[in-house]
Ligand binder design. Structure first.
Ligand SMILES: NC(=O)c1ccc[n+]([C@@H]2O[C@H](COP(=O)([O-])OP(=O)(O)OC[C@H]3O[C@@H](n4cnc5c(N)ncnc54)[C@H](O)[C@@H]3O)[C@@H](O)[C@H]2O)c1
Length: 384
């Protein structure tokens, strides 16, 4: 079989991580890159060692030699690019959130089914060895019945009024900011680990920085510190800096999660704690090689990621022995590997089980986001 051939659309922060993940598989190659402007496409392609680049997405979508399209653009382009790619007969790995609205998400699910192509969403937190181990502990009953799911997803990169990004603009990001951007990861991970589904929720939003200073010109990363006041325009902020959400799951479990990107010192802190009737586990993305295990009747423990110590059924999520840290980029590689292995094995035709987040999972998160926004607006509990 020929190597699977990939086009990556968007090469800002996450696009290059996708390129690297595909390259690490061995049975696939990135053959094209699309970026917004010709000069950006050229510069990014050179940095990434790619010879083919374009600023015209259609050029890669209509190329019969390309098997898979990775959608790594700002959120507003996920729907049109993923839809066109599926209709052009490509498999798609789309960044989260899957789309701007549930209606778009529903249409993408339908389009993927009709196209009979693999349609995956990049919920990469599912693919750390220790988040998989947490799930295995739930599935084998070692935690007992799940009663409390608690956590945060906190960042600080929009902490100052001069911090600016497309995520602040609803036309690019959607009507929610931190909930769609970060909350989608936490909620997906929580439901994935526990198997519990959120049935009702109550959300509180805050925008602590209601007006921001938007740079009038494109600035290189980290150059913000040397701009003067003339280089900015004042713009109102329409989306939330912070969300706190109380959760009721089917079954007994209750939970809560706090999400923010204006919380000083927290860089990319997804913390999740699952409390069962036998014991508890806690994990965070800034220290992903350690799992906290909580007990009432004995000492607590820290489990260090080690294929010989984690649940046998999830050992294959470790590529390295204990003491050799595996982090953000390896979880991306593990996600991409599973999507590509499914494509290579002709998983849809053979009805093979799926081991990655699909467009259905992406739609689930969009529906949860809808309920969260509704709850915050109407200041009440909302059913999902
Ligand atoms: N799964 C994760 O852990 C994770 C992490 C970061 C970002 N993301 C998601 O990835 C997406 C991109 O986020 P980012 O942080 O990389 O943003 P970014 O702004 O750093 O990169 C986006 C890139 O898309 C390019 N782009 C814009 N319009 C385009 C067009 N018409 N054609 C081609 N390229 C175009 C931009 O020029 C930019 O280089 C978002 O949806 C975000 O939610 C996911």
């Amino acid at each position: 079989m020929h190597k699977l051939r990939t086009a990556v659309i968007g090469a800002g922060f996450i696009g290059p991580a996708h390129v690297e993940a595909v390259r690490r598989l061995g049975f696939a190659e990135v053959v094209a890159l699309a970026e917004v402007l010709p000069e950006v496409a050229k510069a990014k392609a050179e940095q990434l060692g790619l010879t083919r680049y374009t600023s015209n997405i259609d050029e890669v979508l209509t190329d019969p030699d390309i098997d898979i399209v990775h959608v790594c653009t700002p959120n507003h382009l996920h729907y049109p690019v993923a839809k066109k790619a599926l209709e052009a007969g490509k498999h798609v790995l789309c960044e989260k959130p899957l789309a701007m609205t549930s209606a778009e998400g529903e249409d993408l699910v339908k389009t993927a089914r009709a196209a009979k192509k693999v349609a995956a969403v990049h919920f990469n937190n599912r693919c750390y060895p220790l988040t998989r181990h947490m799930r295995a502990l739930v599935e084998t009953g070692e935690l007992g019945e799940i009663i409390v799911c608690n956590g945060v997803y906190l960042q600080d990169w929009l902490f100052f009024p001069t911090d600016y990004n497309w995520r602040l603009e609803p036309e690019f990001s959607g009507e929610t900011r931190v909930v769609g951007d970060l909350g989608s990861h936490w909620l997906d991970l929580c439901e994935f680990i526990t198997g519990c589904r959120v049935k009702e929720l109550c959300a509180d939003f805050a925008t602590f920085i209601p007006v921001r200073q938007k740079p009038k010109k494109q600035v290189e990363a980290f150059a913000g510190k040397i701009l003067t006041s003339d280089d900015y325009e004042l713009v109102p902020v329409k989306t939330e800096d912070y969300a706190a959400i109380m959760l009721r799951f089917d079954g007994k479990a209750r939970g809560n999660v706090t999400i923010s990107n204006v919380t000083a010192g927290r860089k990319n802190y997804l913390n999740i704690e699952i409390y069962g009737t036998k014991k508890a586990v806690g994990w965070n993305s800034e220290n992903p090689n350690e799992l906290w295990i909580g007990r009432r009747e004995a000492n607590n423990e820290i489990l260090i990621k080690d294929p010989s110590l984690i649940h046998a059924s999830v050992r294959h999520f470790c590529d390295l022995p204990g003491g050799h840290a595996e982090g953000f980029d390896t979880a991306i590689k593990q996600t991409v590997r599973r999507v590509y292995a499914y494509i290579a094995a002709d998983g849809i035709a053979k009805g093979l089980p799926v081991d990655f987040a699909t467009f259905e999972d992406g739609l689930r998160e969009l529906r949860l986001c809808d309920a969260i926004v509704k709850s915050a607006r109407e200041n009440r509990w909302v059913q999902v």
